[in-house]
Design a protein around this ligand. Structure first.
Ligand code: ATP
Length: 373
């Protein structure tokens, strides 16, 4: 796409908040979205992500705070004066216009007569060149959503806002469109801010994810970092499944040693997002796919230095690529284990005594004062 509107700078929210009467939908928030990034606002229904997006779009007036695009304060600008465009879940295409005219709409409204080249370029970008003369109802949901994206991008916005744009699509199409939107963003290079409640979607598409909960950003980071190093129980549980075990610190140094799950566990100090003074309480976490399962009879074959917890298999479910085990530890913790089905041990059935073991580097720790969500 030929555009010089990239040069817009970061999106910067400073102290932005929104209250409706006595209800605070978004608590004062500071957030910077780097220019050219694919940024996701992720959270459950009602967490304030759409309200945040609408304040960037100018569709909602903030109660406090400012919105900057680069050096420009756009807080008081109406939506149509901001260099942003929004794609909604409902594509809102004009049913009586063909695809070409739908995409051309924004240019025609601005009085631009010669639109052919730009429309061709956009249709090519979203790979719908051969559907230019179709009407919206002749396209699939995913194709219609691509028309909506083309229609928004033709105005060369500095930022594209996407409000649950894939929410109406079935799972398979949604997965395809996630990759497609990612490709389009890489190609055009402008900032995309994407609102979704689907953690897998946010992780697949975004460079940076802001996890929102109760009108606040709980944690911000690259998808892999959020997954590996959650700092709150909400983030640990919202992004995939976590095993969280109550623990007490017994040794603190470069490595922290805790008593947990009936034994001692070790983890790197830099993976603890809570104080690690001796006697302090923590919640120790490990992702289910990081854990290996050994039958208790094979316990002596487990390598030295691994974190180990004993338990009894309560349940198993075979889900093709992996088998999921629920294991009860004598200390009362219920732990999930996902094992790849490479060589399944036929002894690992409900009732079997097992040892769960994993690399200490895959362990993280959270503040035990938090409620487990
Ligand atoms: P969803 O995915 O369901 O859209 P969300 O995270 O995008 O959720 P928001 O739409 O931002 O959430 O809404 C945040 C909270 O603010 C919700 O509790 C909602 O009921 C409330 N809210 C939003 N708009 C208004 C309004 N105009 N008046 C009163 N309350 C509102």
């Amino acid at each position: 796409m030929t555009t010089d509107t990239h040069a817009g700078g970061d999106v910067r929210l400073t102290g932005i908040s929104k209250t409706y009467g006595s209800f605070t939908a978004v608590h004062p928030l500071d957030l910077t979205v780097p220019q050219g990034s694919f940024f996701a606002l992720l959270g459950a229904s009602g967490c304030g992500k759409t309200t945040t997006l609408r304040m960037i779009a100018g569709l909602e007036d903030p109660t406090t705070g400012t919105v900057h695009l680069g050096d420009r304060d756009v807080t008081d600008l109406p939506p149509h004066k901001r260099p942003v465009n929004t794609v909604f879940q409902s594509y809102a295409l004009f049913p009586h216009l063909d695809i070409r005219e739908n995409v051309a709409f924004g240019l025609r409204r601005r009085g631009i007569k010669s639109v052919k080249n730009q429309v061709d370029e956009m249709l090519e970008l979203v790979q719908l060149g051969d559907k230019a003369r179709y009407k919206p109802h002749q396209l699939s949901g995913g194709q219609q959503q691509r028309v909506a994206v083309a229609r928004a991008l033709i105005n060369h916005p500095q930022v594209l806002l996407l409000d649950e744009p894939l929410g109406a699509l079935d799972l398979k199409l949604r997965r395809q469109m996630q990759l497609e939107l990612k490709r389009i963003q890489t190609e055009v290079g402008i900032t995309f801010i994407h609102v979704t409640h689907d953690q897998e979607e946010a992780m697949t598409m975004a460079d940076t994810v802001a996890v929102m909960n109760g009108g606040r950003v709980e944690q911000l980071g690259a998808p892999g970092d959020l997954y590996d190093n959650p700092r709150t129980t909400f983030v640990a549980n919202f992004l995939g499944t976590s095993n969280l075990i109550e623990a007490e610190v017994v040794e603190s140094g470069t490595d922290v040693v805790v008593t947990a799950g009936g034994g001692k566990l070790r983890l790197p100090a830099d993976r603890c997002s809570a104080p690690t003074t001796s006697g302090g309480r923590l919640l120790v976490g490990v992702r289910p796919e990081k854990i290996s399962l050994a039958h208790a009879d094979d316990a002596s074959t487990i390598a030295e230095g691994r974190n180990k917890v004993t338990g009894r298999i309560a349940d198993t479910s075979f889900i093709g690529v992996s088998t999921q085990y629920v294991v009860n530890s004598p200390a009362g913790a219920e732990l999930q284990v996902y094992e790849q089905n490479i060589e399944r041990d036929p002894r690992l059935v409900p009732g079997a005594e097992v040892v769960l073991h994993w690399n200490p580097a895959h362990t993280f720790a959270l503040d035990a004062a938090q409620a487990i969500d």
